[in-house]
Design a protein around this ligand. Structure first.
Ligand SMILES: [Mg+2]
Length: 276
């Protein structure tokens, strides 16, 4: 991984979209930092489309799509995307799309996985935002105490895969769902359908920032992907690391990334002005 400071002006100026994970990428110790929230506003004011891509629940995504300075939010690890459009009177209207393969989380296989996982790891618990989820089962191993080792999270993932579900490990939850989709498939679908993005020719128009194994499909897909420094905690659990890494962890790392993108773009446009 190269330091984010190595990003070039040309790379920054070709961007149209900045996508980012939320937990431990924008937040630190569970709180959304002022610096990362400010960075979202600044990126958007610079004309970039800002799109969080998270494992968080549909309920949280409703709030994020309505209240944050974003152009959409992919939630529940790719099961859904929410965004706002203006109606004829200029009033914002919330729009939602669900992945065609998304299966509601009352599926009996998910109940069996939950029972097996909690029997093997009695301290594991459903995430407190489970009530706001439509499609996935989130099992908390590190959002609240007791913090369980990553090996426990990996074991829960293995149980889910054995039972025929999909599973990803984030910095705080193991997310389990039925259906073949992930953060990447929904992000690509949304960029294409909402903004006319083209896979291949548009690959370098997308920047992604993340921190943990459930971000790996995004790290692997986009040449301009960056980890916040805490991505190093996952060592061998992420096979395809991002091209860039920030020097700072969590929200501080995201602010550093946003600052770099905005500075490079500013330098480029200043030079354009001087050249003409
Ligand atoms: Mg995260």
């Amino acid at each position: 991984m190269k330091p984010i400071a190595a990003m070039t002006k040309d790379e920054a100026c070709a961007l149209r979209f900045v996508l980012m994970d939320i937990d431990d990428t924008l937040t630190q110790s569970g709180k959304l930092l002022a610096s990362s929230y400010t960075a979202l506003w600044q990126l958007r004011e610079a004309g970039l489309k800002v799109i969080p891509v998270t494992g968080r629940s549909a309920g949280w995504c409703d709030l994020i799509a309505r209240e944050w300075p974003v152009d959409g939010v992919v939630g529940e690890n790719g099961a859904l995307v929410f965004w706002e459009e203006s109606n004829l009177r200029g009033k914002p209207v919330l729009k939602a799309e669900y992945h065609p393969q998304a299966v509601r989380n009352d599926h009996p296989v998910l109940a069996r996985i939950k029972a097996r996982a909690m029997e093997e790891a009695p301290c594991l618990r459903p995430a407190k935002d489970q009530f706001a989820r439509l499609f996935d089962l989130a099992l908390d191993f590190a959002e609240e105490d007791p913090v369980l080792p990553l090996e426990t999270a990996e074991r829960v993932k293995a149980i889910a895969l054995e039972e025929g579900a999909a599973a990803k490990v984030s910095s705080i939850h193991v997310n389990v769902w039925m259906g073949l989709y992930d953060k990447l498939s929904m992000a690509e679908r949304f960029l294409t359908r909402r903004f006319g993005w083209e896979s291949g020719t548009g690959d370098r128009e997308v920047f992604f920032a993340g921190d943990s194994p459930n971000d790996e499909p995004m790290f692997a897909r986009f040449p301009l992907a960056c980890g916040v420094a805490n991505v190093l905690r996952y060592g061998g659990l992420i096979r395809k690391l991002p091209a860039f890494i920030a020097s700072r962890e969590c929200g501080g790392g995201f602010a550093e990334i946003a600052h770099t993108i905005l500075e490079r773009r500013k330098e480029f446009f200043q030079n354009q002005f001087i050249d003409t």
